[in-house]
Design a protein around this ligand. Structure first.
Ligand code: UD1
Length: 421
């Protein structure tokens, strides 16, 4: 089993370039199914989740080919089954976007229920509510969701929670429905805007993405297009937090600073300096921490609030910040699994319901650590980089799902991190 060995205590210094956004990629790859011709998706992160999704599309008959690093050609015209079986999706959560995409394109789909990181119950009732509102029949049998609706019709759909997944899945189905769909209380995450841009390039009519009301006028045909996806705000945020946690000075290239405002604001409140810039080619953010950090309180919220995905790395940073911080997790009920691992490094953190109370300590000690999910893994790496001594981090397959060449990028910043068998 591969794991990381980290010798902590080194300041991160230098520059790092951010890869394409995982969550945008996982929405845009299935969207290619809606096209009549081949699509080419560029700036894809080279991560396990993208490889898995390309394999699933091949498994249902689409032609897929990685033409160069980070570029995937998808020809959906050869798709020959709408049945995505459990062995194809295994523990891959975003496979549920195949429901919306196959329903929109072919009027039917059967997709084994998703796995993915276990960070709470993560139901899909709102996705199902959306499909039903568009006129599809939905049933759950033998661990799979079946959707069927030869003629979908636009509808007004109110989402009880501004769910990213439900908003994307409904968009994928509604772009080919007859008439107008309005998604009310839609999620506003940048991935939704990126998906809308891709769909509109394909000939769809999606208006209002990035606000809480998305209006979609269904089109009979969508076309194959080339599209380059946005940079990953979670990867960028992780490097920002790692830079601050190690007292470092890092320039993070290829970012969209507005996507990172909540993280920048909290790092500045904690005492780090955050500077945005434009080098003429890319936007960048420089994070520098040359004095001890202080405690801050954080509440996770849908975009543009503080992202739940960065709550975990931020806990690692606050474990050594002066004073008491309170982190309140409002999106997922079980996203504090990293806390027990941080405590084994000497952190003083108590979880009370949906909040973690962190009493900052002067330093953490490296030890043997186990990641429980993707961002918990990132949190443990941040903690290990800032800690003194050696840490062995296991279950790094979770990290590989969402971070491209993570240890390589960290090493280039001066981290002592190695992947070993
Ligand atoms: C997506 C992201 C994930 C991020 C999360 C919140 C992808 C592949 N994953 O996950 O990285 O942490 O957004 O920003 O893009 N809910 C329901 N019913 C539903 C759907 C969701 O109750 O039908 C609840 C969830 O349990 C959760 C909340 O809504 O409490 C938000 O979930 P959602 O926005 O759907 O997250 P995901 O799309 O799963």
């Amino acid at each position: 089993m591969e794991h990381y060995i980290v010798n902590g205590g080194k300041r991160l210094e230098g520059s790092v370039t951010i890869s394409g956004a995982k969550n945008a990629a996982l929405a845009i790859i299935p969207a290619a199914i809606l096209a009549g011709e081949s699509c080419r998706i560029d700036n894809l992160p080279q991560i396990e989740d993208v490889r898995l999704f390309a394999n699933i599309l091949s498994g249902i008959g689409a032609k897929t080919e990685f033409v160069e690093s980070g570029s995937l050609l998808i020809d959906p015209s050869t798709i020959n089954t709408y049945d995505v079986t459990a062995d194809m999706v295994s523990s891959f959560r975003a496979s549920y976007y195949l429901l919306g995409a196959l329903l929109g394109r072919y009027g039917r789909a059967k997709v084994a229920l998703p796995g993915g990181c276990t960070i709470g119950a993560r139901p899909i009732d709102l996705h199902i509510k959306g499909f039903r509102a568009l006129g599809a029949k939905v049933c759950i049998e033998k661990g799979a969701v079946c959707v069927e609706g030869e003629r979908l019709t636009g509808a007004e759909i109110y989402l009880d929670i501004a769910s990213v997944g439900a908003t994307i899945n409904i968009m994928l189905a509604a772009v080919r429905a007859e008439g107008r769909t309005v998604i009310v209380n839609a999620a506003k995450e940048p991935y939704i805007v990126d998906l809308a841009n891709f769909l509109n390039m394909m000939g769809a009519s999606v208006k209002g993405a990035g606000t809480d009301t998305i209006k979609i006028s269904g089109k009979k045909k969508l076309h194959g297009r080339n599209y380059s996806i946005i940079p990953d705000m979670m990867e960028a945020g992780t490097f920002m937090i790692a830079a601050a946690a190690t007292g470092g000075d890092v320039v993070i290239n290829n970012v969209i600073p507005t996507h990172l405002e909540a993280i920048s604001a909290k790092l500045m409140e904690a005492g780090a300096s955050v500077e945005e810039g434009d080098d003429g080619r890319d936007f960048y953010i420089r994070v520098k921490a040359d004095k001890p950090l202080r405690s801050v309180n954080i509440k996770t919220l849908p975009y543009p609030g503080f992202p739940t995905d960065l709550q975990q790395p931020m806990t690692a940073l606050l474990a050594t910040a002066r004073g008491t911080s309170i982190i309140t997790e409002t999106l997922f009920e079980d996203r504090f699994k990293h806390v027990s691992e941080l405590c084994r490094m000497g952190a003083d953190i108590r979880v009370r319901g949906q909040s973690a109370v962190i009493d900052g300590r002067q330093g953490l000690d490296g030890t043997r650590l186990y990641a429980s999910d993707l961002r918990a893994g990132a949190a443990l790496v941040v903690a290990a980089l800032a800690a003194s001594g050696k840490s062995d981090i296991y279950n790094i397959h979770y990290i590989d799902r969402g971070y491209e060449r993570f240890e390589e990028k960290l090493r280039a910043l001066g981290a002592d991190i190695e992947r070993v068998e």
